[in-house]
Design a protein. Structure first.
Length: 296
């Protein structure tokens, strides 16, 4: 049971998705001139992805550590499972993972070591201080969620402008999700003195901001479809527009935890679907490699 509890604390179901997202980003966006097999066999890239996963896992642990009281109210079932592991054990695992991250990152480069050291510090500072503050807490959470992709970007040193279009769209989706979570968790946040947007400014203001952010997703979608070549992935972006319209309509009719949870899960679905739809940029790369395709 303790293993299951630890798996719940580190949200082990999220980490494989992040690993896939990093490898798909490398294959289809950041290193399109290389064959997929050479990317998969790149040991330094493997270390970066592995270290990213450990850093994210440790981030979930420290976040769980600070949110334990709030989660008793907001997520009682998950919280009871998580509490099978003591706070002391969580901290021990947290520091152990961070030590492994620092040790492995040195093997890649000093730049990787500095990147992940800063990343670990930012996650801790967010969980300890920033998370309780409105707006800046939401922005920081969304920024930290997309930061692992910049580790891959720094590794390949390919500043393709298209990656910033993808990152902006993903950032907006995660930011909207964070704000939906604030609506979903009002009771626990209020009891633990969290200064979230719905608590300070009210649910109506929060919904207006979410609506504005949802409308703002049109900008990166337009840029990605009309300016850059995203191949068949435009199907995904058009589908997102359609789903997000109904998302906003549903948002203004929602006022219970269960209704906000449904909206949260819709955004989760769009994010996870987006990872797998990266393949649609150019499916033939999986068999031939883009460099070979360009010579055909």
């Amino acid at each position: 049971m303790k293993f299951i509890s630890l798996f719940s604390v580190i949200r082990g179901y999220n980490i494989p998705i992040i690993i896939l997202a990093q490898y798909f980003s490398a294959i289809f966006i950041l290193a399109p001139e290389k064959r997929p097999l050479s990317i998969l066999l790149d040991f330094h890239l493997f270390l970066i992805v592995f270290v990213s996963s450990l850093t994210i896992a440790s981030g979930y642990i420290i976040n769980n550590f600070y949110d334990s009281k709030k989660d008793l109210i907001n997520r009682p079932n998950k919280s009871m499972l998580d509490r099978l592991i003591s706070q002391k054990t969580k901290l021990q695992v947290y520091f152990s993972l961070n030590f492994i991250v620092a040790f492995l990152a040195i093997f890649v480069s000093w730049r990787a070591f500095m990147f992940f050291s800063v990343y670990i510090f930012l996650i801790w500072y967010y969980s300890h201080k920033i998370k309780k503050h409105p707006i800046i807490g939401n922005l920081t959470a969304a920024f930290l969620a997309i930061l692992p992709f910049f580790a891959i970007l720094l590794y390949y040193k390919n500043l393709y402008e298209v990656i910033f279009g993808h990152a902006t769209f993903l950032f907006l989706l995660i930011l909207i999700r964070e704000m939906i979570k604030d609506l979903e968790n009002i009771k626990g946040d209020l009891a633990n003195d969290y200064k979230t947007i719905p608590i300070i400014y009210g649910e109506t203001v929060s919904k207006k901001i979410i609506t504005a952010l949802t409308i703002a997703t049109i900008i990166p979608i337009y840029v990605l479809i009309e300016i850059f070549d995203v191949g068949y992935m435009d199907i995904y972006f058009y589908s997102c527009l359609f789903i997000l319209i109904f998302f906003v309509l549903r948002l203004w009719k929602s006022n219970t935890k269960e209704q906000y949870l449904l909206l949260h899960n819709v955004l989760k679905f769009l994010i996870v679907a987006g990872v797998f739809c990266i393949i649609l940029i150019n499916p033939r790369v999986l068999w031939h490699g883009r460099k070979l395709l360009m010579t055909m």
